[in-house]
Design a binder for this molecule. Structure first.
Ligand code: ADP
Length: 478
């Protein structure tokens, strides 16, 4: 459709531009002529630049055969009626009011299109943000606990498709529950955010399928529509590793401070203990073994010996100084350690088994320290095993990881899940006469060798402690 414009001013300029830049798939309008009595008006200059026919007399438009529509933009009624009376019948005409309406409609539709474009941009940004930038698990949840959206990271972990999750409740999907979370391990941050209208944070503990503990830091942010909460964004981060590191550091700290304390006190206590012991033994000589005082003095001497044992253990524990390492034969070391505790096993009627790998390389270690570890584990195993049971010592070389393993296995009483968590803590003991230092010392020594100690146990069936030591010298040792 070819258009002739009669008029002036910015509206005229805008109309030329708008028709040129917009898409009209069916009409294909084109401005072909402009009548304006001001030769240098900006719209005239623009039209001329673009090769549009320009005239100062609108009567020139009536002679042209290529015009289908005349738009009058002067706003003068007499001009519009003059156009109506002179134009060819086949040519249509708009007055300035109709043109204005046309402009309003087109402006509204343009705004609508812009709003749609903005919305689509925002949607793309949102998707990139929650699915690619955020590594945490994200859920968008309604105040009625229904899931509105989840990110790809979480879907992958859940092993579910988006459509299987949307519309379900968060507690059903995340916790397999019928009611919102509550209690010490599952406080609900969503409820707090809904009640307070403010962001809320919490930590939750979950067990995985192997009963391992996993900790999550969960943050909930309310999104408002006016004064009402429209939805909540829940972001969860697995902080298990951070917590483990923190626990290990606390354990190290505890061991170090106990060590310092022990070093300070142990020497002071040793001398008076020796005096008590020798005095009790000397006094014993004045009584016959069947006299009651002889027995009492024996109790004093025995208990003093026990105190000395505790002090010796404490000193060992405090002595966690630099080990003095040499290339050593591990099989030989285990054999020698077993020889030292054979008597205790025989006394309890516990059978001792030994299985040595013949492909063991020499290991760079402190013989005294590692021997003490094997003896500690061996004595514990014998103590935990009833007569007729069995304690075995095994060695092996794991070429892939470049480590050797020393396993001390028993068929004893086993260790409860609760006790497992505290085994290596100094002073943890379940024995009446225990010091609770054997495993803490063992743990410390193994760590000083860059190794690791693991426990597997089943109550009523037995326990296996494994010491793993690296074969290669570490950087510091070089
Ligand atoms: P102590 O032997 O003086 O108690 P330890 O640190 O050597 O101190 O051991 C701590 C605790 O670990 C023991 O009291 C016992 O409850 C448990 N334990 C250690 N080894 C075994 C084992 N082989 N079987 C069962 N329980 C064990």
């Amino acid at each position: 459709m070819n258009i002739g414009i009669v008029g002036d001013g910015p509206r005229c300029e805008f109309l030329i531009e708008f028709i040129q830049q917009s898409e009209f798939p069916t009409m294909r309008p084109r401005v072909v002529a402009l009548a304006n009595d001001r030769v240098n008006a900006p719209c005239v200059v623009k039209a001329r630049d673009q090769g549009i026919f320009v005239t100062t007399d609108y009567n020139d438009l009536f002679n042209r055969d290529d015009i289908d529509l005349i738009i009058e933009l002067t706003g003068r009624e007499d001009v519009f009626f003059d156009i109506l009376s002179k134009k060819k019948r086949s040519v249509r005409a708009f007055d300035s009011k109709t043109a204005e309406l046309f402009w309003e409609v087109s402006r509204a539709s343009r705004l609508h299109r812009l709003a749609e474009e903005e919305l689509s941009k925002a949607k793309t940004l949102y998707s990139v943000f929650i699915n690619q930038l955020l590594q945490e698990d994200v859920m968008i949840i309604s105040p009625a606990y229904r899931i509105i959206d989840v990110n790809d990271t979480l879907l992958k972990k859940l092993g579910l498709k988006r459509e299987e999750v949307i519309g379900k409740t968060c507690f059903e999907i995340s916790h397999h529950r019928n009611t919102p979370c509550e209690g010490e391990h599952h406080p609900c941050p969503l409820r707090d955010a809904i009640n307070s209208g403010k962001p809320s944070q919490t930590t939750q503990m979950h067990y995985d399928k192997d009963r391992n503990e996993h900790y999550y830091a969960i943050s909930c942010y309310p999104i408002f529509e006016g004064s009402k909460i429209d939805a909540l964004v829940e972001i969860s981060k697995d902080i298990t590793r951070d917590i483990e590191i923190q626990k290990a550091m606390m354990q190290q700290e505890k061991l170090a401070s106990v060590g310092r304390l022990a070093a300070g006190v142990a020497h002071e206590i040793n001398n008076p203990l020796t005096t008590i012991l020798t005095t009790a033994m000397l006094l014993q000589e004045d009584f016959a073994p069947d006299e009651p005082l002889f027995k009492d003095l024996k109790t004093i001497a025995d208990e003093t010996l026990r105190c000395r044992r505790i002090v010796t253990n404490l000193l060992d524990f405090a002595k966690q100084s630099k080990p003095s390492k040499k290339q050593s034969d591990v099989n030989m070391l285990v054999r020698e350690s077993v020889a030292l505790i054979r008597k205790q096993a025989a006394f309890k009627d516990v059978e001792v088994g030994q299985f040595y790998s013949d492909s063991m390389p020499d290991v760079y270690l402190d013989k005294n320290q590692i021997q003490q570890c094997i003896i500690n584990l061996g004595l514990n195993a014998i103590e935990a095993t009833d007569s007729g049971g069995r304690v075995s010592f095994e060695t092996s070389f794991l070429a892939d990881s470049g480590t050797v393993a020393i396993v001390v296995r028993d068929t004893g009483e086993g260790i409860s899940e609760e006790d497992m968590k505290k085994l290596f803590e100094p002073f943890f003991t379940t024995k009446d006469t225990g010091t609770g230092l054997g495993l803490a010392i063992t743990h410390g020594f193994v760590q000083q060798h860059g190794g690791a100690i693991e426990v597997e146990s089943k109550e009523g069936e037995g326990t296996a402690f494994t010491i793993r030591l690296p074969v290669k010298k570490d950087g510091q040792d070089e």
